[in-house]
Design a protein. Structure first.
Lengths: 493, 249
C-alpha cells in the first residue's frame, strides 16, 4: 500500500508535478489534435523546422529588449520574436520552393538550418548580453514550468483549438483534396497559412516544456498513434488528444520514478505507447496483420471447396473435400469456419452448402463456363479449355463476367454443351438453375406472365412433379416451365 | 446566371510553365449538354487544359469563359473529378464523408450539413451504385469504386459542368459500365461533361465530340472528323499502325 502511495499519490501532492501535468496536458492535447492534420498533410518535417528556427527569434527578442529597454530575459519579447522567426522561415520555405526548381522538402532543409544557425551565431556572438541557456532551450523543462509560460500556453492552445474546431471541415477538405477545395471556391492558400500559423504558435508554446528536439514528437507521435486505430478524422483527433494527455501523465510519473529529465520521459512514454499500439491495434496493428495472414485461406481455395461441395450434392466430410482440394488440415478447419461464418455452408462434421452457398457455387460455375466459352472464341484448343478456365474462373467478379457474357451475345451453353447457369450480378438467378432449394421466401426480380405474379412480390415457390406453384398471400398460382425460365428471383438476405 | 449557349469557351489560350508553352493558342467552344472527350498523347497538355478550364493556371494570354463569364468568377459551377492517383487513399475519411464534401460549397461557414444535403449525397451515391459502402474508409475500396465515389461527390456539387480527369484509366469492366451509365444520366439531366481520355479505341464510342490536343488544338468536332489518318499520324508520331487498324475498324 505504502509503495503504491509513494508511486502514484505522492507526486500528485507536489505542486510542481501538478503544474507540469496541467500545463503539459493543455499543450500536448492541442499539439496532438493539430498533429493529426500535420501528419495527414505530410508536414512532420515542417514542425521540426519551426521549432529549430525559433531560436533565432528568441535570441533576437532577448537582445532587442536588453539593448533598447535594458530588460533582462523579457519572456513576451522572446515569444513574439520566436513567432516572427517561425513565420519568416515558413515564408522563405514557400518562396524558395515556388520561384526555383528546389522542391519543398529541400527548401525546408535549407531554410530552417539557416535560421537556426543564425540564432546560434547570434546567441554566441552576443553571449555577454544574452543569458540564454541553450541546453534549456533544446531540452525544455516541463517540471520547472513558469507561470508566464503556463498562461501563454493556455491562451495559445485555446486559440488554436478553437480555430481548428471552427474550421474543421475546411481543414479536412483542404488537406484531403486541395484541388477540389479550390474548385468550389475555398481559399486553400489562406487555410494553409492559417494552419501553418497554428502549428507555429503551438510549437513555440510547447518548446518551453519539452524543448526543441522533442516538440516534434509531441506533435506527431500521439496523432500517429491515433491514426493506427481509426478511419475517421474526427475520432482520430479525439484519440490523439487522449494519447497526448496520457503521454504527459505517464511521462511525468516516469520522470519522477526514474528521476530523469521531464521532457525526455514524456517523449519516451509517448513512443512506447505508439509502439504498443503499433503491435496491438485491431486493424492496422502488426499482431492483427500477422494473425490475419496466418488464418487466411486463399479465396481460390474457398471457391474450389464450394465447387467440390456443390458437385457432391450430399453432405460431405473434411476428407471428401480434401480429395478434390489439396490443403493442410489447419487450413481446412479455417476454411470451413469461414464458410460457416459467411453463411455459405452449415454442419459440424458433415458439411452442406446453404442456399447462399449454392448460389455462390452457381456463380463460380457460370464464371467457369463463360471463361471456357471466351477461350473457345479465342481459339484455345478444346483439350486445354477446362484447365485454363479452371484457373480463370477465380477471376469471377460477377459484373465483369456478365460484361464478357454480354459481349459474347448471351450464349446458352459453353463449348462442351453445358448450360451456363442463369445467375446475375444483382444476386438474382433463374429458378431452373437451383433445383430443390429449401422452402424459403424469395423476391421476384423479373417475370414475364399474365398471371398474378409481379416484380417485387415476396413469394414461396415449390417445385412439384406437376410443375411450379407459387404461394403468394395465402393463395397459390401455378406457373409453366417457360414462365419459370423467364423469371428471376433473389433470396431475401 | 446562365447567360450563354456555350458552357465553356476557350479563346487563344496559351499557358507556359517553363520557356516552352504547354498550350499554344488553343480556342474551342463546348455547347451546353455536350459530352466531350479531350484526347492526345502523354504530355500533350491535356491536364493543363483541364486546369485552365478550372481557372487554376496562370494564362499567358487568352481567356476562358464559363457560361459567358470569366472562369475566375464562376467558382463552383464546374465540378472536378481528379485522377485516381492524386489523393491520399489512407486519409481517414469514409465514402459518405467524401461525397458530402461535394456539398461544402453550398454550406454556410458554420452550418452543419442539413437533412437535404444528406439526401442529395445519398441520391448521388445511389446513382453510382455505391450506397452499400457509405461507412467504408476510401482506401478499402477497389479502384473503380473509388472513382465512382468521386463521381458521386462531383454530382453532389450540383454543378452544371463536370470535368473528369482520366476516369477510365485502369478500371474494371463493371466500373467502366457504371461510369458510362452515370455519364449518360448526367447528360440526360443537361449537364455538360468534359472528359480527359487516353484510349483512342473507345473515344469515338463514348463521346459526342472530341478535342485532339498536343500543345496546339489539332482538331475539334465529331469523332469521325477528328479520326483522320493525317491528323492522328501527326499527333501520335511513330505509332501509326495502331491507328490504321483503328480507322479501318
Amino acid at each position: 500500500m505504502d509503495t503504491l502511495y509513494t508511486l502514484f499519490i505522492d507526486p500528485l501532492t507536489k505542486i510542481y508535478f501538478l503544474k507540469a501535468l496541467a500545463g503539459g496536458s493543455i499543450v500536448a492535447i492541442v499539439c496532438a489534435v493539430t498533429g493529426c492534420l500535420v501528419i495527414l498533410q505530410r508536414m512532420a518535417f515542417l514542425g521540426d523546422a519551426l521549432s529549430h528556427a525559433m531560436i533565432a527569434g528568441v535570441g533576437a527578442g532577448y537582445l532587442f529588449m536588453k539593448l533598447v529597454f535594458g530588460v533582462e530575459a523579457a519572456a513576451g519579447a522572446m515569444l513574439v520574436g520566436s513567432l516572427i522567426s517561425a513565420f519568416i522561415t515558413v515564408f522563405m520555405i514557400g518562396f524558395v520552393a515556388k520561384v526555383s526548381r528546389i522542391k519543398e522538402d529541400a527548401s525546408i532543409g535549407i531554410m530552417y538550418t539557416g535560421v537556426f544557425a543564425a540564432g546560434v551565431v547570434l546567441v554566441s556572438v552576443f553571449g555577454k548580453y544574452i543569458h540564454i541557456d541553450l541546453m534549456h532551450f533544446i531540452m525544455g523543462d516541463i517540471l520547472g514550468i513558469s507561470d508566464f509560460d503556463m498562461v501563454v500556453s493556455a491562451i495559445v492552445s485555446a486559440a488554436v483549438l478553437s480555430v481548428i474546431i471552427l474550421f474543421f471541415r475546411y481543414f479536412k477538405i483542404t488537406s484531403f483534396d486541395p484541388v477540389m477545395a479550390a474548385s468550389i471556391g475555398i481559399p486553400v492558400l489562406l487555410f494553409k497559412y492559417v494552419f501553418t500559423g497554428c502549428v507555429s504558435l503551438i510549437v513555440v508554446s510547447a518548446v518551453s516544456m519539452v524543448g526543441v528536439i522533442l516538440v516534434v514528437g509531441l506533435l506527431i507521435t500521439p496523432a500517429a498513434t491515433a491514426y493506427l486505430l481509426t478511419d475517421r478524422l474526427e475520432k482520430m483527433m479525439a484519440l490523439a488528444a487522449l494519447f497526448g494527455f496520457t503521454s504527459i501523465l505517464g511521462g511525468l510519473y516516469l520522470s519522477v520514478w526514474l528521476n530523469s529529465a521531464g521532457g525526455g520521459a514524456v517523449m519516451l512514454f509517448a513512443t512506447l505507447q505508439f509502439l504498443a499500439v503499433l503491435m496491438l491495434a485491431p486493424r492496422y496493428g502488426l499482431l492483427a496483420d500477422w494473425q490475419r495472414r496466418r488464418n487466411m485461406v486463399p479465396q481460390q481455395v474457398i471457391e474450389d471447396i464450394i465447387a467440390s461441395m456443390f458437385k457432391s450434392a450430399k453432405p460431405v466430410a473434411d476428407t471428401d473435400i480434401t480429395k478434390y482440394v489439396e490443403m493442410k488440415p489447419k487450413m481446412m478447419r479455417n476454411a470451413m469456419k469461414y464458410l460457416i461464418e459467411e453463411g455459405l455452408a452449415s454442419g459440424t462434421d458433415m458439411y452442406e452448402l446453404t442456399d447462399k452457398g449454392r448460389t455462390e457455387a452457381l456463380r463460380l460455375k457460370k464464371a467457369h463456363r463463360v471463361w471456357e466459352t471466351y477461350l473457345h472464341y479465342m481459339g484455345v484448343p478444346d483439350s486445354e479449355l477446362h484447365e485454363k478456365a479452371h484457373v480463370l474462373e477465380h477471376y469471377n467478379d460477377l459484373e465483369s463476367i456478365d460484361y464478357i457474357y454480354e459481349k459474347m451475345g448471351y450464349p446458352d451453353t459453353d463449348p462442351h454443351g453445358a448450360k451456363i447457369p442463369p445467375v446475375y450480378s444483382d444476386g438474382s438467378f433463374c429458378l431452373t438453375a437451383l433445383y430443390g432449394f429449401s422452402d424459403k421466401d424469395v423476391e421476384i426480380v423479373s417475370v414475364d406472365t399474365d398471371k398474378d405474379v409481379a416484380v417485387g412480390d415476396i413469394v414461396r415457390i415449390i417445385h412439384t412433379d406437376d410443375g411450379w406453384s407459387v404461394q403468394k398471400d395465402g393463395g397459390t398460382i401455378d406457373l409453366t416451365d417457360s414462365e419459370v425460365e423467364s423469371m428471376t428471383v433473389r433470396f431475401l438476405s | 446566371m446562365v447567360s450563354s449557349d456555350y458552357a465553356i469557351q476557350v479563346r487563344n489560350l496559351t499557358v507556359s510553365y517553363g520557356p516552352k508553352p504547354a498550350l499554344l493558342d488553343v480556342s474551342f467552344m463546348i455547347q451546353k449538354g455536350e459530352l466531350v472527350g479531350i484526347i492526345g498523347p502523354n504530355g500533350a497538355g491535356k491536364s493543363t487544359l483541364m486546369k485552365a478550364m478550372l481557372g487554376f493556371v496562370k494564362r499567358d494570354i487568352g481567356e476562358v469563359l464559363v457560361f459567358g463569364k470569366p472562369v475566375e468568377q464562376t467558382r463552383g459551377m464546374i465540378a472536378y473529378v481528379p485522377q485516381r492517383g492524386t489523393v491520399d487513399w489512407d486519409f481517414p475519411v469514409t465514402v459518405a464523408d467524401v461525397a458530402m464534401m461535394g456539398r461544402y460549397g453550398h454550406l454556410g461557414w458554420w452550418r452543419n450539413p442539413s437533412k437535404a444535403d444528406v439526401e442529395i449525397v445519398d441520391k448521388c451515391l445511389e446513382m453510382v451504385r455505391m450506397s452499400d459502402f457509405k461507412k467504408r474508409q476510401i482506401g478499402q475500396l477497389s479502384g473503380g469504386q473509388q472513382q465512382r465515389v468521386f463521381m458521386a461527390r462531383a454530382l453532389a456539387q450540383g454543378a452544371q459542368i463536370l470535368l473528369l480527369d482520366e476516369p477510365f484509366a485502369g478500371v474494371d469492366a463493371a466500373t467502366e459500365s457504371a461510369i458510362l451509365d452515370v455519364l449518360a444520366e448526367a447528360k440526360k439531366a443537361g449537364i455538360t461533361l468534359v472528359v480527359v481520355h487516353h484510349d483512342l479505341a473507345t473515344a469515338s464510342e463514348y463521346f459526342d465530340k472530341l478535342l485532339l490536343v498536343k500543345q496546339r488544338l489539332y482538331a475539334a468536332g465529331p469523332p469521325d472528323l477528328v479520326f483522320r489518318q493525317e491528323l492522328l499520324s501527326e499527333v501520335y508520331e511513330g505509332r501509326l499502325k495502331v491507328f490504321t487498324d483503328l480507322l479501318k475498324g
